[in-house]
Design a protein around this ligand. Sequence first.
Ligand SMILES: Cc1ncc(COP(=O)(O)O)c(CNCCCC(=O)O)c1O
Length: 451
Amino acid sequence: MTASTTAEPQAPAPRQRRLRTEIPGPVSRELQQRRVDAVAAGVSSVLPVYVTSASGGLLTDADGNVLIDFGSGIAVTNVGHSAPAVVDRVRKQACWFTHTCFMVTPYEGYVEVCEALAELTPGDHAKKSVLFNSGAEAVENAVKIARVATGRQAVVVFDHAYHGRTNLTMGMTAKSVPYKHGFGPFAPEVYRVPGSYPFRDGLSGPEAAALAIDRIEKQIGGDQVAAVVLEPIQGEGGFIEPARGFLPAIAAWCRDNGVVFVADEVQTGFCRTGSWFASSDEDVVPDLIATAKGIAGGLPLSAVTGRAELLDAVGPGGLGGTYGGNPIACAAALGSIETMKTEDLASSAKRIEGVVLPRLRALASETGVIGDVRGRGAMLAAEFVKPGTTEPDADLTKRVAAACHRAGVVVLTCGTYGNVVRLLPPLSLSNDLLDEGLSVLEHAVRTEARA
Ligand SMILES: Cc1ncc(COP(=O)(O)O)c(CNCCCC(=O)O)c1O
């Protein structure tokens, strides 16, 4: 079949923020009413503006407003919205075929993505991958692989963890509301231990790791554990960067006890933190790594990559799914990875860190309402507290985010206590738009802190 020849209207490619109406505007509000009548109430939206196009770090809504995107669709469009290399490959692939099911008749794109993952993930050992659609699927399958490979059942996760919304990954996720409340019973053999939250525990990495390991050994038994699953920087739980030394100490314990170390890099992966994968920042080589989000520039794709002998412990037919490694998603991934390489987006993430962290730290000193500023690359956060305390201030956090939204800057919040504003801009975001978005955030904090 030849490529489509119909002329497509060119999506606008604005270069700056523009507010034509209040946010959300009248057309978005009308669409919101239709959504209320047709979409389950359980699906919430941070900001009910209905997007009609997006390019780079800017979103255009149905009322013609142009917003700066500090959310990247929750750490997905690392390469920017509709990155040219992604769009070109997706367009071409769609004209050739959209689906055959890799488990029925395979195709090269799936293999190419797995070859790229073997090249890019930490470690120089023999690696293999299997592809899925969502981050939760990848985490679920990492656990399946670890259980088969070790013959053990126990899975260890951490306080403040987030791993997904399926039954097993809900059980692995820490926060009850909104993710778990009422959805039980959850899968057995999932155990939670304390992690590393320097702002709140005041422990060094090795000290925090010793507490976790003691809990594992005393309450589970190291020889019962199939896998330890850990986010190198905890995402939904609050952008919690563990104290240095924590990750390596946990990984070493796993190695010494025949436990599979699974790095959940769904949110930290693909240059988001200034490295291709955050695990490598402390020279940690995971046995398995779960990836998704940034892998494919917005198309649904996820992967488990790791030691070939672990992946191959599962017999033929034991892994898969109808859509896993969809050819269009694989084409998007190859375009996304190409963009990260040619634009050196890992360095760009470090550039963003160098601009943002000093300004957030200055804002914290000036206002007294930000207890901690943390993160790496373009995965950065401010934790809001009552002045002079570590008491979370979720109300102020909500008001700051709402003020940014009204000013046309999309920011997200997170955290066990709902008191963290997180910044996840596209890694390709220009310094001008970064500066403009930060100025909006700074004004929002100053204004709302006085309210
Ligand atoms: C570390 C980490 N592991 C796993 C997942 C799950 O990835 P899926 O693609 O959402 O299933 C995530 C998804 N994080 C955003 C969830 C948003 C929401 O559902 O409210 C993650 O961050």
